[in-house]
Design a protein around this ligand. Sequence first.
Ligand SMILES: [Zn+2]
Length: 492
Amino acid sequence: MRAAAYIRVSTEDQARHGYSLDAQREACRRRALEVGAQTVAEYADEGVSGATLERPGLAALREACRAGVVDLVVCLDPDRLSRKLAHQMLLTEEFERAGVRLEFVNFDWQNTPDGRLFYALRGAIAEYEREKIKERTLSGKRQKARSGMMPIGAVPYGYRLESGRLVAEPAEAEAVRLAFDLFLREDLGVNGVAARLTALGVPTRGGRPWNRATVRGMLRNPVYAGTFLYRQGGEVIPVPVPALVEPETWTNVQEKLAEARRLWSGWSREKYLLSGLVTCADCGCTMHGAVRRGRKGGRGRSYTCVRTQAGRLAQGCRPVKYVDADTLEAAAWERVTAWLDDPAAFARELRDGGRVDELARDLARVREHLAAARKGVDNIRRALAGGLLDLDEGTAAALKDARARERALLARKKELERELAAARASEKGAREMLGQAKRWLKELDTLGFNEKKALVRVLVRQVIVRGRGRDVEATLVANLGAADEAEKPGKI
Ligand SMILES: [Zn+2]
């Protein structure tokens, strides 16, 4: 492994301990060797500000990375690399693209709020770019579908592909007709049809026996009535294909299926922007997407905390609580876009969400306790001096306790002051980062459902819903310090 140490001092750094070129060189070299480098090249900038990318040493390092002669870049901390978060992002991405690992001596990406926010946002941007690429491929497929060609390679059972279009595959087409016929004319049910097809030795695509899911999927597929529906995001493009059953047969089968389905009310498979993120503040349960089926025929996408088990209410609020999904999602999306439009608002939300305030409150409390403890020590001393107390064992112990308490509180106070300063600094970092994100994500309004969902999942940690009906109140918790929780969307 060929390492490169990048070291930099600005004019004002030179006086500061630990930032001299020699100290940096030593620390970087040691780290490089620790992680297995055989050679350590050096790129240095002396007396140059980290606010610009125009640095001779840095330029040479980037050139070397592009040329593929470096496997690892070691740097004291992100600030050495650049004073600007946008530049840090640019450089780390450039290194990554060149297959170069980046290692900091004094900075643990995973364990600082700055590092986590940095990664969360980079994740959002990477996701966004992936989606853009996907979108380009998808628009090609849309074009194909509109011209009556099959946009995808997967061919439904009963057909084969011929010059980009579906044509009937005689043996399979016969099996499709048989399945529709059996379901409609004989009261076998879906399971019964599957069993009959298997018994008759009708071949399946994968060679496995027919089952409920394959038969149901077949019976519900509009392709057999002559229309292949190409779905892309919210858009559906009908592609005309040869019908295998009469349109009337297909419609009758749908009605018969619907009858059976009315007895079954499962969770909806529709799309929910906030799935996995919503919590009910009233009962503490996760709220999942569900279509609400009102008694008076009213229905609609909702989030609910109710969960049934074997037909009984297993958890959630009583009476059962539903929150209108459209309203909740619109509100959440508006907030997310507002964060990106107005980084200061995001920083305010972060503060409201509270690390800084919480620390400030703790600090005030500790200061009060400290004052009280000091007063206690003084009182004992004064009493001793005035002869009101003897320095017996009890008094000595009390004095010792009071002093220990004072010392502990003093240490806690210093610790809190340090944490508070760090929290304030990280808020500032978040603001800067969002300023960048806004530029990258300016095409926000053109995002599709999946892109929106990806973005929401990166920026929102939790949606807390309180109350019900008209008094429902939702709080969005920003996703800071939860890079590890931003995983796959939960299935509903
Ligand atoms: Zn609830």
